[in-house]
Write a protein that binds this ligand. Structure first.
Ligand SMILES: *[C@@H]1O[C@H](CO)[C@@H](O)[C@H](O)[C@H]1NC(C)=O
Length: 164
């Protein structure tokens, strides 16, 4: 824990330079017990966007949050605040229809979703805006989009409940 905190502090000047072109529009100070998706759900920031704006700050399993540290939630002009928390049995067509958008936009705002929409999980926060609003992943980086180890797929085995 201590070494992780030190590493995060040492990494800060580097990261600050890296993202200096971006203006942060909103922030959140981590509390004990937070996980990335709980922060996302409570603040209407998508799982993907939180990862992108914190590339190099929050690791891909989101196990290095530092209590008391302020995290950026969105960048000016690239901040999706229209979000939806994935529920059991959700699938992309349903989420898009409920939001009044098409799947093209849903995928562009949530590029971590796989082609068949089989990797969404309960508690994942998706941007459901009607236009592309999230930032692209910075070149050469992989934003944290690992599915949490404790996550439950929205549709286990991609088996629609009413087709059993
Ligand atoms: C999806 O919606 C967007 C925004 O309304 C629109 O620009 C785009 O043409 C639509 N794409 C398809 C394939 O319908």
């Amino acid at each position: 824990m201590f070494s992780k905190a030190i590493a995060a502090i040492l990494a800060l000047p580097f990261v600050a330079q890296f993202v200096s072109a971006q203006t942060c529009t909103r922030t959140y100070t981590a509390q004990a017990g937070d996980i990335c998706d709980s922060i996302s759900a409570a603040n209407s920031v998508s799982t993907y966007q939180l990862a992108v704006v914190n590339v190099g700050i929050i690791d891909d399993t989101c196990d290095n949050l530092v209590v008391g540290q302020s995290y950026c939630l969105g960048w000016q002009g690239q901040d999706c605040t229209t979000t939806y928390v994935v529920q059991q049995y959700d699938y992309c067509d349903l989420i898009s229809a409920a939001a009044g958008i098409n799947n093209t936009i849903l995928y562009e705002n949530n590029p971590q979703i796989n082609e068949d929409c089989t990797n969404i999980y309960i508690g994942e926060v998706l941007c459901t805006a009607g236009a592309v609003q999230v930032p692209p992943a910075p070149a050469g980086t992989t934003p944290a989009t690992s599915i949490p180890a404790t996550a439950t797929p929205a549709n286990p085995d991609d088996d629609l409940p009413w087709c059993d």
